[in-house]
Design a protein around this ligand. Sequence first.
Ligand SMILES: [Zn+2]
Length: 109
Amino acid sequence: MKTDLPDLVVGGIDYRVEIVPDLARNDGADGEIKYGPSLIRMDSGLDHQSLLVGLLHEAIHAILTQAGYTDHDEHCIGAISYGLLQILRDNPWLVGRITIWPRSGPAST
Ligand SMILES: [Zn+2]
């Protein structure tokens, strides 16, 4: 069974998120990102926490790639993704402040 999530927007790119069976068994990874088709695929066997940290992990890969860094340290990405998950989960006020932060539009004349 395939259950997809909303797109994950990273650096202005809308990545389609697919939950697919047996990704970990076939590729040895819980998730993967494909830049050409703007696609993130996650293994369907992940529990809720692992899915969320995996999405952050793939988003960090995208941030680094978009900035021109192509050789990623997986341990560093793992540390940042778990750290971000904890910060976002344990500080809902921060997420709320970020999401209500008004975007500036074109200057009015
Ligand atoms: Zn990775």
